[in-house]
Design a binder for this molecule. Structure first.
Ligand SMILES: *Cc1c(COP(=O)(O)O)cnc(C)c1O
Length: 428
């Protein structure tokens, strides 16, 4: 079979194939410039692994209390060196990104303190952590208040609003790098640095924490290199490289990490316990692959942005602007298009390709959400996945892709489903 035969056999019409090929052809130069960042990050990861004398012995399993788990200890040193922080907490016992963020917040805030988001509403699941939506066990229940300064309509920081929101109670500032389920712009590391400098010029001892989900290895620098006291993320996103089966990380100052460790396990125990159960090899290998996996995801996102933009849809980021996370939003403007897009992504998956995704009431979200994923690691969003809340503007947020050819096929399939349902027709 020729390549074209494969596509046709797997459901891509010659019309969609030709259209997609033309778009891809126009992106060659852009792709080459991404490879430069990837090479830099690959060398950074490799350098740090060699510097810490990563060895086969670090891959052996510990059980029970997990005392003296040299693999776990080395992994945390490697993370701290990559993010250029004093210390790190990288654990399979941190169940997901929300848990990692929750842990960083609860361990570094005390009753009477105030949390500030200077970049608008945080990611949906954090609304319950903070207590923006009333929730059992929220920061609010523990007497920790919250303030928010929204971005200005043009996406700039509201410096006056931020200054006014900072007071004697302000202890921690949370900055979300990625847009999440929103159509605001994602923040570059440069802009995060500018914001942190501003916040610290008003209150030098405030802890600046960055929700780094989906941002790792997209740029050559991480937010911890521009003043963030903590960066937090999920191992089933970028830094797990698709191989990590579970986990979250917090990298930051010695004090912040110590607080987090005493909260994750127990006061007195901290980082000393936590068996790694034999998954250290996957956490290391995934981290090693992560720069190239992020490269594939970015190429796929740029391909999709250009494809859908050429068809008249609003895409965020747009086809040409620079990238600061791996998420691509496409405003599809109708529930039918959103569902068809997700059906296409699902149909292109290596796992569960034969099932059809449906909108459902997902815990932690305030409207129905449709999700498409056929992943080797359940729920992993560094693997190609798409989701979107069923509310105006019916934006699909898609991300990931362990290999670029797979993302390309997924995006072609999404277009195929939309065309097949007669929702749009391709320009000749
Ligand atoms: C994914 C994500 C989270 C939450 O992570 P989960 O692993 O889904 O709990 C938080 N913030 C941002 C910006 C995210 O992208």
């Amino acid at each position: 079979m020729t390549l074209k035969d494969y596509y046709e056999t797997m459901g891509i019409s010659p019309e969609v194939y030709e259209y997609a090929s033309k778009i891809e052809e126009s992106l060659k130069e852009r792709f080459t410039s991404l490879d430069v960042t990837t090479e830099y990050n690959q060398m950074k990861v490799l350098y740090v692994m060699q510097k810490n004398k990563l060895a086969e012995a670090h891959f052996s399993a510990t059980t029970g209390y997990g005392y003296n788990d040299i693999g776990r200890e080395t992994l945390e040193k490697v993370y701290a060196d990559i993010f250029k922080t004093e210390d790190a907490l990288v654990r399979p016992q941190i169940t997901c990104g929300t848990h990692a963020l929750n842990l960083a917040l609860f361990s570094n805030l005390r009753p009477g303190d105030e949390l500030l988001s200077p970049v608008g509403k945080p990611y949906d699941t954090l609304e319950e952590v903070i207590g923006i939506r009333p929730s059992k066990g929220s920061l609010r229940e523990y007497g920790i208040s919250y303030q928010q300064a929204d971005l200005l309509p043009d996406g700039q920081f509201d410096f006056d609003g931020i200054r006014a929101a900072i007071n004697e109670k302000t202890k921690l500032v949370i900055i979300q790098r990625s847009k999440g389920y929103d159509t605001r712009p994602t923040l570059s590391v440069e802009r995060i640095g500018e914001l942190i400098r501003f916040v610290k010029s008003i209150k030098p001892d405030v802890i600046c924490m960055v929700d780094n989900c989906y941002g790792e290895f997209v740029e050559e620098r991480e937010p911890s290199e521009v003043g963030a006291d903590m960066v937090v993320g999920s191992l089933i996103k970028n830094p797990g490289g698709g191989l990590a089966p579970i986990g979250g990380y917090i990298c930051g100052t010695k004090e912040c990490i110590e607080n987090a460790a005493y909260r994750l396990t127990s006061p007195g125990l901290g980082k000393e316990v936590g068996a790694s159960l034999g998954i250290n090899d996957r956490l290391f290998q995934g981290l090693f692959l992560a720069p190239c996996v992020v490269n594939s995801a970015l190429k796929g996102a740029i391909f999709a942005a250009n494809l859908y933009e050429s068809l008249g849809f609003k895409v965020v980021p747009n086809g040409t602007e620079s990238r600061h996370d791996i998420i691509q939003a496409v405003e599809l403007k109708s529930p039918e298009l959103l569902v068809a897009f997700c059906e296409g992504i699902q149909a292109a998956a290596p796992v569960d390709s034969y099932v059809r995704p449906e909108p459902w009431d997902m815990p932690g979200y305030d409207s129905k959400v449709i999700m498409a994923a056929g992943a080797f690691v359940s729920g992993s969003s560094i693997e190609l996945s798409a989701d979107g809340p069923l509310k105006d503007p019916y934006a699909v947020y898609f991300q990931g892709g362990l290999t670029y050819p797979h993302v390309k096929f997924g995006i072609m399939m999404s277009l195929q489903k939309i065309v097949e349902k007669g929702l749009i027709s391709l320009p000749k």
